[in-house]
Design a protein around this ligand. Structure first.
Ligand code: ZN
Length: 343
């Protein structure tokens, strides 16, 4: 039975008459997480996890028609049982489990299995059909241990401080930035300065009980403030902008899974790249997909073909599907409904 199918406006469940992360407005949208390519404006109703509600409201507006449910709680939509389970990607990110007449499908959204203090850990769901992302679906993608990455970041900052420079660390404003700010707590860096887009989302994370290092909104500081030796966290869109001038002499770093590929750092003219992703790497991806026990796997955004081939060789029915989601999209400008975000 085909419980979900790719329709013009998104991944559609005909039996339940709802869409998962639709890219065009629909009547009922079930949302995996609040990144811009998954949570789009204009639908008549949204269902998300309770943990996701704050950041989803930030993206869609305070009055957006959002209903949220607890992890594992089920709602019935036209006789189809829908429940949300942690995906471990960013705050509130969910896998969507759809059950109808004994058939179980799970749409993963974006996910990772590595530990992350800023969201509920990934919970594996057994299913008949698993719809997986494959943002980093190539064997070259293997992540470094998070503790090691944070040690590298700290060493970089220490060297810059000794040289009288500020350290500007670029990270996607929703999720990655807060993961860095959580990881930078409990050390000697002190308060971290932030760009407005990051600071706006820090509020939601703190409201959800996530502990971040103390932050200060950089634009609040008087002109001529001395940022020597400071750490600054900003979205990648701030790279090369006049906003950076206030920091004086600086070194730039970028925290992203894409930094695994050396050329990406050079291309962006960055001083340092730190490999930190909110997606599964190849070993975790293949392990998670096999552990679902799914006999059928649909592979969505990212490098799909190598994973499809790998699964096919294992005797699993696998196929790529053309969803409009983008994966670790560090260039997506963060939009906040009804608000102009100052730098
Ligand atoms: Zn995402």
């Amino acid at each position: 039975m085909t419980l979900l199918r790719l329709a013009e406006r998104g991944l559609y469940c005909a039996a339940g008459d709802f869409y998962i992360d639709p890219w065009q407005p629909v009547e009922r949208a079930v949302i995996t997480h609040a990144h811009g390519d998954h949570a789009r404006w204009g639908s008549e109703s949204y269902l998300c996890s309770r943990e996701c509600e704050g950041v989803l409201r930030t993206r869609l507006g305070a009055n957006a028609p959002i209903q949220s449910i607890e992890w594992g709680e089920a709602v019935t939509l036209n006789g189809v049982r829908v429940s949300l389970h942690p995906a471990g990607h960013i705050l509130g990110s969910a896998q969507i489990r759809v059950q109808h007449r004994g058939e179980v499908w799970v749409a993963s959204g974006d996910y990772k299995t590595d530990p992350d203090p800023t969201c509920t850990p990934f919970e594996l769901q057994r299913c008949h059909t698993f719809i997986t992302e494959s943002t980093f679906g190539l064997p070259i993608y293997r992540w470094t241990d998070e503790a090691e990455v944070f040690a590298e970041i700290r060493e970089w900052w220490r060297g810059n401080k000794a040289d009288g420079r500020a350290s500007v660390l670029f990270a996607y404003a929703l999720g990655k930035a807060q993961r860095l700010l959580a990881g930078l707590a409990d050390n000697d860096i002190g308060a971290v300065y932030t760009h407005g887009a990051v600071e706006r989302l820090n509020r939601d994370y703190r409201a959800a009980g996530i502990r971040l290092v103390d932050t200060r909104y950089a634009s609040d500081l008087p002109k001529g403030h001395d940022f020597k030796g400071s750490m600054i966290v900003a979205p990648p869109s701030a790279a090369g902008s006049t906003w950076l001038r206030r920091f004086g002499d600086l070194s730039t770093g970028f925290a992203s899974g894409w930094m695994r590929v050396r050329g990406n750092r050079r291309r962006r003219a960055l001083d340092r790249g730190f490999v930190l992703s909110d997606h599964v790497d190849w070993p975790s991806l293949t392990e998670a997909v096999l552990a679902t026990g799914a006999e059928c796997v649909w592979v969505t955004h990212g490098t799909r073909e190598p994973l499809v081939r790998w699964l096919t060789e294992k005797g699993i029915q696998a196929k790529p599907i053309g969803a409009h989601w983008k994966g670790e999209d560090d260039d997506d400008p963060i939009e906040v409904a009804g608000e102009e975000i100052p730098a």
